[in-house]
Design a protein around this ligand. Structure first.
Ligand code: SAM
Length: 285
C-alpha cells in the first residue's frame, strides 16, 4: 500500500507531504532531491507518522469503570496484515478464490476464522463434528482437513448447487470419506440424528445457517454434543447491527435475543470472540 501511494507525492520533489494511505494511517513521506537518469525519484524515505499510527486502531469501553483499557479495532490495513499471518492450506485458497466469483461469496467464513475453527477441533481432539450451513465448503473443508482418518463431519446444507462445489473440493483435498453431506433443512437433519440415538456423541458443532433459527439449532445441538464439547456460532455481531439500537430488522433482533439468552444460559461456558463477523464459542457443561 505504501509503495502504491508514493506515486503521486513524488511530483512534489523534496517536500514533506502527508499522504493518506488510509484515513487511520496518515504518514509523512520525504522524497529525496536526488533524481535518477530516467528522471525517477531515486529514493524515498518514510518518516515517523505525523500522528501515532495506532490512534484510531483501538477502542475503549464507554463505561469508565472499565478504565482506559484499549482493545484493537480492525482497520482494512490491519485486517490485511492479519490475513498475511494466516496459514491457509493451498486447497482452501483455491476454494476461496473460486468462490469469490460466485453469488453469496461474502457468506464464506474468513481464513482467520477457519483457522480458529480448525484449531478448536484439533485442541478438542474431535472425531465427530457437525456443521450447519456449508455453502461452497470453506469452513467444512477446514474442519475436515484436521479431522483424524476415522473422524466424521456431518455437513448440512439446503442448497444443492453450492454443495456441488463443496463436494468437488472434498474430493480434491482427499477428505470425502470424512464428510457426510446432508442435503436438506438443518433442523430436520438434527432431529433425525437425535431420533437415531446420536445424542451426546458429538465433539464439535459449527452453526452458520439461517440466523433466525439459531435458538432451535442451539437446543438441538446441545442434545447432540457431549459434555465438554463445543458449539461455535457465527455472525453473532451481525455486521455491528446488534449494538445499534436503530436497527431492528428480524435477523438483527433474532441474533440479539440469541446472544442475550446464551449470556444467561448456565448449561454452557461462553466466549464471544470478535473475529470475522463475531463468533461465540460455547462449551457444554
Ligand atoms: C453463511 S453461509 C455458510 C458459509 C460456510 N460456512 C462457509 O464458510 O463457506 C450459510 C449457508 O446456510 C445455508 N442455509 C440457510 N438456511 C439453511 C437451513 N435452514 N438448512 C440448511 N442450510 C441452510 C445457505 O444455503 C448457505 O449456503
Amino acid at each position: 500500500m505504501i509503495v502504491h501511494n508514493l506515486v503521486n507525492p513524488c511530483v512534489a520533489l523534496g517536500s514533506q507531504l502527508s499522504v493518506s494511505g488510509h484515513r487511520n494511517y496518515p504518514f509523512v513521506v520525504r522524497c529525496n532531491k536526488h533524481v535518477s537518469s530516467k528522471g525517477d525519484i531515486a529514493s524515498v524515505s518514510l518518516q515517523s507518522p505525523s500522528v501515532p499510527i495506532t490512534s484510531d486502531a483501538v477502542a475503549v469501553a464507554s463505561d469508565r469503570k472499565y478504565g482506559s483499557k484499549q482493545v484493537i479495532s480492525l482497520s482494512p490495513c490491519l485486517y490485511d496484515y492479519i490475513l498475511t499471518n494466516v496459514r491457509e492450506p493451498e486447497i482452501l485458497r483455491e476454494l476461496r478464490e473460486e468462490t469469490s466469483n460466485m453469488r453469496g461469496s461474502q457468506m464464506q467464513v474468513s481464513p482467520d476464522q477457519a483457522q480458529l475453527l480448525a484449531m478448536l477441533v484439533e485442541i478438542l481432539g474431535a472425531k465427530k463434528c457437525i456443521e450447519l450451513g456449508v455453502y461452497t465448503g470453506y469452513s467444512s473443508l477446514a474442519i475436515a482437513l484436521v479431522l483424524p482418518e476415522g473422524g466424521r463431519l456431518v455437513a448440512c446444507e439446503r442448497d444443492a448447487k453450492s454443495l456441488e462445489v463443496a463436494k468437488k473440493y472434498y474430493e480434491l483435498a482427499g477428505v470425502s470419506h470424512k464428510v457426510d453431506v446432508r442435503h436438506g433443512l438443518a433442523v430436520g437433519t438434527l432431529k433425525s440424528m437425535i431420533m437415531n440415538g446420536e445424542s451426546c456423541s458429538y465433539d464439535f458443532a459449527f452453526v452458520d445457517a439461517e440466523k433466525r433459527m439459531y435458538h432451535e439449532y442451539f437446543e438441538l445441538l446441545l442434545q447432540l454434543v457431549r459434555v465438554g464439547g463445543l458449539i461455535v456460532i457465527d455472525n453473532v455481531l451481525w455486521h455491528g447491527k446488534v449494538a445499534d439500537p436503530l436497527v431492528n430488522d428480524s435477523k438483527t433482533i433474532s441474533i440479539r435475543h440469541f446472544n442475550q439468552n446464551i449470556m444467561e444460559d448456565q448449561r454452557v461456558s461462553i466466549s464471544m470472540v470478535p473475529i470475522g463477523d463475531g463468533m461465540t464459542i460455547c462449551r457444554k457443561r
